[in-house]
Ligand binder design. Structure first.
Ligand code: B16
Ligand code: MG
Length: 216
């Protein structure tokens, strides 16, 4: 395969925001009167804000109308933003920035493909917005992962054929989206949830373009 673009998920790949999503959602669950655990939180990775709320309500066995759901989703986001607005560049996951710099230097296009509507705020906090040739976030798509729309849009924006793109993902929904887009996918994290990926890495610490070519 000739790699011409790398498309990165944000939450769980570039930065560990899952812990902030978890705290913010848990506050909503407590408010509704039930316990939301870290294990439940695994199901929220990579899925949209509204879908996350639906899963949370399913865990609590609660059914609410659309207006109340809008209010709760907004409230969760305000909780979440109090943490996100404190993020510093130190929170970039080990090796991620170095890998981005390496591939850019070698002429490979870089794109972000995140379900988060807060993606640009987070990239700005991390001071790495300028390392991406294209940014696709949750405000720019109509269909959430596992639909391939996010990644196909990223490929189009950097003008690269999907067959020449590699996606880096930490969530099952994201891996499915990459496969549906006709792209190769590297799972970042624990093999337990990423068995569908073409190759799994624990993190970016020792990754190089040469290693990627050897394994993909
Ligand atoms: P927001 P990613 C996803 O980001 C998160 O993994 C997921 O847990 C979250 O619900 C979703 O963004 C929406 O986030 O509420 O900030 O719009 O992994 O696709 O970068
Ligand atoms: Mg993710």
């Amino acid at each position: 395969m000739n790699i011409k673009a790398c498309i990165f998920d944000l939450d769980g790949v570039i930065v560990d925001t899952a812990k902030y999503h978890f705290i913010a959602w848990r506050e909503i669950a407590l408010q509704l009167g039930f316990e939301f655990t870290e294990q439940h939180n695994e199901r929220l990775k990579g899925v949209s804000r509204m879908r996350s709320l639906d899963i949370l309500l399913e865990v609590g066995g609660i059914s609410l109308n659309a207006t109340t759901k809008e209010v709760l989703a907004e409230q969760k986001n305000l909780n979440y933003l109090t943490y996100v607005l404190q993020i510093t560049p130190n929170e970039i996951l080990p090796g991620a920035k170095e890998f981005l710099l390496e591939i850019k230097k070698l002429g490979i296009k870089t794109a972000l493909g995140s379900a988060s509507k807060n993606a640009v705020t987070i990239l700005n906090r991390l001071e790495i917005t300028n390392l991406f040739d294209a940014i696709v976030d949750g405000t720019m798509v109509t269909k959430a992962k596992p639909d391939p729309e996010i990644f196909l849009k990223g490929a189009e924006m950097v003008n690269v054929n999907p067959a020449n793109c590699i996606v880096f993902e930490d969530a099952e929904a994201g891996i499915e989206a990459a496969i549906a887009a006709g792209m190769k996918c590297v799972g970042v994290g624990s093999p337990e949830f990423l068995w569908n990926a073409n190759w799994i890495i624990p993190d970016f610490k020792t990754l190089s373009l040469a290693k990627l070519y050897e394994n993909i």
